[in-house]
Ligand binder design. Sequence first.
Ligand SMILES: [Ca+2]
Ligand SMILES: [Ca+2]
Ligand SMILES: [Ca+2]
Length: 504
Amino acid sequence: MTTGTDYKICVDLDGSSRELAFVDTGLTVQITSITGVVSATFHVGGVTDLELTTDLSDGSLANAYAYVGAECSTAFSSSAGERNTVEQTVLGVVNGVISFPLVVTGLSQGKFYRACIDEDGPNAQGFVDVGVPIYVTGVTVVTPSGVARATNQQLEVTCDPCSTSTMLYLTSTSCNTLITNGDPGVPSGEDIQRQTIATAVAAGTAANLWTWTVDATNLAPGRQFHLCADVDGTGTYPFGDTALQIYTSPFSEVVTKGINVAELQTVYVRCSTGCSETGRAYLALRSITPSNLFVKECDSSVTDGVMVSYGNENTGSVSLVHKSGDLWAIENIDATSLIAGRYYGICVDMDGAVSTLGFGDTGFMIYVSGLEGISPSAIRQAFAQEIQLTCPYCNPNNDITQAYISLECDTTLYFGFNLPATTGVNSPTNRLPGPGGSTTPDATKLYIDARELDLGGVYHLCMDLDGSNAKMGMGDTSFLVYVTTMTAINPWGILPAQNQTVAV
Ligand SMILES: [Ca+2]
Ligand SMILES: [Ca+2]
Ligand SMILES: [Ca+2]
């Protein structure tokens, strides 16, 4: 039979009996050379290529047209119904794939549609259904792309048609597209490792932003899960696969706050189950401010555990090393090429060289500090306490570094907001003398107003390297500052004799 051609369906209703002969059913079927689709999920924004797979050779089907719509029309020019634009392929088949640059309009987000192809264009009989339903997703972005295996994991979802009725769940198998009431049920037995319960989203910080809280406690560690959405909850739309994936981090906590731009850096993590020394991890660039700077995703296509370093975008992969109990170390990270002041995500391949699993985003990040030393590390409970920083990455370009000390660094700060003191908790923020671009000792003295802090308190030194510039955010430098009654001991040594005096 010839592909792209209509064939009539004939039937002999009594089979081998001779009473009835074959008759024309009036139905036709077209034989398509399409074997599948590259992605069965569409985003609605702008041009979206419909990519179909085929066994035909390169250059075939050069006259083919296609569209996605509620049904496949037998007439070529029909424009009725719910559908997007009908488009001709540009190149025909290339490497087993034929693509159509569809402008996605007229389709409802959260519904399934048919992919239709007319293999020889206007001269042919009409469009034929390629047989794979296309889901037009309303959920287009989810961050982070990894969660800890714990309760109360918060994900931010970008979704135009969502409401507080929208139901989401995670599955390691496939989204159940037969369910329309938003309730795939409560997983039990082995399913609790493969699937979460569906829960509704809550309003987020902007009109199309939503917060989804998921309990990932029982999900198997180190695996990718599909994010399934029923946009209208109990309404008639079904669950569909958003084509977004969430990785279940084997880690429950990252103990190390910051690393330096140097070789042999170590990040300590907690992992109670699922970690082994065959696992490998690396760091990849993140953006945590509204600047939306370049971000390097964890590469799930790499399954052999070997990630090669790539400039300031990512480090090479290193082994996980067991320390004690649930404490593990990502050791010997070469961070010499990383950008001081930026955050890097932790990517891990739980089975390393074994190809069953690939790298995934643990959802955890580490701060790359620009600070290499402080003196003194103890200050008095007074105004304008001077700390000399050794900070080769402070005051970058024309920016002035902002810093303060606190029981816990506020990592939501990024644009140089002047944080006031909180009694017993944090000093006010301050700026280095500068000028921008200078890292001399005079340019990198930090003056701390410690009057509101506790005597005997131990505080983290927090820094936003580019201050008012929004490219970098506040991070924990891993240096600690002590508020004491004594700031220096003089002299540093005493003689092995009587009546030696130590001034404090
Ligand atoms: Ca529904
Ligand atoms: Ca692997
Ligand atoms: Ca900043």
